[in-house]
Design a binder for this molecule. Structure first.
Ligand code: NAD
Ligand code: ZN
Length: 240
């Protein structure tokens, strides 16, 4: 099966890879859907929302600080590195990720569309100020805008918020226009990312899923591999 996927990758003109939290699991970063994703007694769905931030910015920032602490020393794994290598191998390539951990860039990927933002960036809720901030622990919680004194928030997309328009447009365009799509480590329940493989399939692409579990998109995939991202990367590497 992996051999067939490798052949498709070698023959393709435009490859799109879509990744979710599962690809970073073997780097030691917990996914949302799993018991180790919990912080204190809260579910991500209760904290990663604009309403939670309005009600209690301190609580939301404490959770983000905890997530940053979980992520700051984590390294890309073989799957992140293989994706960076595929970018150099095929004529046209795009990586669309739902992850906010920044590991793809660390692994050397360049053509990245970050659909849900980046956890290391902050932006002001009142003005256009943005900054990258890797300092741990934070100087103050919640942090304040140095320009206007407003509240800074993580520059990520929360439940109930729209995706950045440019990123979404590009993701839709490339999904409709690729001949092979690899979907790695996403539960395919968070929209609109979950509809991208369907779009690719309907546009004639060969769609491959890599996930230890079945997902809502399993049925529409040409190949669905029940394995972890690192095992897949090792197997694909052998056939390239
Ligand atoms: P998810 O948590 O909903 O699902 C993770 C998926 O990965 C599951 O389907 C699971 O079966 C699969 N998986 C588990 N182990 C795997 C492995 N070793 N290899 C491959 N797949 C594996 O994640 P999602 O679909 O990305 O969507 C949820 C949201 O979570 C996104 O908005 C994302 O921004 C956010 N999130 C990001 C990170 C991160 O940046 N690393 C971590 C947690 C959550
Ligand atoms: Zn400001």
């Amino acid at each position: 099966m992996v051999e067939r996927v490798a052949q498709k990758v070698k023959d393709c003109k435009k490859l799109v890879v879509l990744t979710g939290a599962g690809i970073s699991k073997e780097s030691g970063i917990p996914t949302f859907r799993g018991k180790d994703g919990l912080w204190k007694k809260f579910k991500p769905e209760e904290l990663a929302t604009p309403w939670a931030f309005q009600r209690d910015p301190k609580l939301v920032w404490e959770w983000y600080q905890w997530r940053r602490q979980l992520m700051h020393d984590k390294k890309p794994n073989k799957a992140h590195y293989l994706i960076a290598k595929l970018e150099k191998m095929v004529p046209e390539f795009w990586l669309i990720t739902q992850n906010i951990d920044g590991l793809h860039r660390l692994a050397g990927s360049e053509k990245i569309i970050e659909l849900h933002g980046n956890i290391w960036w902050e932006r002001c809720v009142d003005c256009s100020y943005r900054r990258e901030n890797r300092k741990l622990p934070l100087d103050e919680i919640p942090p304040r805008c140095p320009e206007c004194g407003g509240l800074l928030r993580p520059d990520v997309v929360w439940f109930g918020e729209a995706l950045p328009e440019d990123a979404l447009d590009a993701a839709l365009r490339h999904s409709q226009d690729c001949d092979v799509m690899l979907v790695i480590g996403t539960s395919a329940v968070v929209q609109p990312a979950a509809s991208l493989p369907v779009l690719a399939k309907n546009s004639g692409a060969f769609v491959v899923e890599v996930n230890p579990d079945e997902t809502p998109i399993t049925d529409i995939c040409d190949v669905s591999l029940r394995m972890g991202a690192v095992e897949f990367a090792e197997a694909l590497q052998r056939h390239l």
